[in-house]
Design a protein around this ligand. Structure first.
Ligand SMILES: C[S@@+](CC[C@H](N)C(=O)[O-])C[C@H]1O[C@@H](n2cnc3c(N)ncnc32)[C@H](O)[C@@H]1O
Length: 315
């Protein structure tokens, strides 16, 4: 009886194995035609895009997938997902939204439709701020417009002495940032408030008396008339409230200057990531409008040698 049973299960296992081989498809076969389709859709670096999607479909870390993709197979479900994701990429959906998560510095963040995808230059910005605060004893920080939480959460991950409060106008981003904080175990030092900073209503009621040692922000800074030059990934899939900085790109930054006057301790600093034409303009605004309140300390360049980051002090 026992022998009959084990013979039967052996036959079933063999049948399943056979069925598996019959329906699995080598990744290299599944790929045929796709590089050309991606190129025709205007996607650059097709190899990187394909490898990201393959590693996501196979649920494997990117760096464990060989560049050649040799000896990898998709089962029927994976094959269907692979084709669906590549179709989405041809429609210029950002990889980050297809994959649902993205690495930022040393942390992995969940992404969500309409929530701003953190950019590589922002990693440089955060590294600069970390360098300046690594020896501080305690830092009570505010972030204006936290999106997915990338800047605050990577700072908290690196510097245990930082506590961060964020305000964010998008409900979806507010929920996502809180979720990312929880996933990273940082929720004890991070809180996010769904609030739209406006003239005369810079902070939510519950934070109106708070003062901070440091304010950071990567506000929307794209000039409205530059929208026509942006890629479809940005215009179609991102929330324009995360990008639109008005006619000179500084509409939201100007609100942050006012907020900083009221909510920074004397000697506290405001760090901003802006467009490459903005730092000299911000310096002029500080000298003309904020003398005795805010002082322009310095500006910094990104990896493409564009002047992008500014450091301001509350007098
Ligand atoms: C360029 S994104 C930066 C997001 C995130 N800090 C990052 O670097 O990935 C700007 C963010 O500011 C938010 N935002 C825009 N205007 C705002 C306002 N008036 N008050 C609060 N948040 C605002 C947007 O919703 C968006 O999430």
């Amino acid at each position: 009886m026992l022998r009959n049973l084990s013979l039967r299960s052996l036959r079933i296992t063999r049948a399943l194995t056979h069925c598996n081989y019959a329906t699995n498809v080598p990744v290299t076969t599944a790929l045929e035609g796709w590089p050309a389709k991606l190129k025709a859709a205007g996607i650059e670096d097709t190899e990187f895009n394909i490898k990201c999607i393959v590693s996501h479909v196979l649920n494997r870390k990117f760096n464990t997938v060989p560049d050649s993709l040799a000896q990898l197979n998709f089962n029927p479900t994976q094959l269907a997902d692979f084709e669906r994701f590549l179709e989405a990429r041809c429609a210029r959906m950002p990889l980050q939204h297809i994959i649902g998560e993205w690495d930022f510095m040393d942390i992995t963040l969940k992404t969500a439709p309409t929530v701003f995808i953190p950019r590589p230059e922002t990693e440089e910005f955060v590294r600069l701020v970390i360098e300046n605060y690594k020896d501080a004893k305690h830092v009570n920080m505010l972030e204006v417009g936290c999106g997915s939480g990338a800047m605050s959460l990577s700072m908290l991950h690196t510097l245990p002495q930082v506590v961060s409060t964020a305000i964010e106008r998008s409900k979806a981003a507010t929920v996502l940032a809180a979720e990312n904080a929880k996933l990273l175990g940082l929720e004890g030092r991070f809180s996010v408030h769904n609030h739209t900073m406006e003239e005369d209503k810079y902070m939510p009621e519950e934070l109106k008396d708070q003062k901070y040692d440091l304010i950071i922000s990567n506000p929307p800074y794209v000039k409205t008339d530059e929208f026509q030059y942006l890629h479809p990934e940005v215009v179609v899939y991102e929330n324009l409230n995360a990008l639109d900085g008005g006619s000179d790109g500084l509409r939201v930054a100007r609100l942050v200057f006012e907020l900083a006057c009221c909510h920074l301790h004397p000697g506290g600093q405001l760090w901003l990531e802006l467009g490459n034409e903005h730092p000299p303009l911000v310096k002029t605004i500080m000298n003309l409008k904020y003398e005795g309140r805010l002082k322009f300390l310095s500006s910094y360049y990104d990896q493409y040698k564009r002047e992008r980051f500014v450091q301001i002090e509350r007098v």
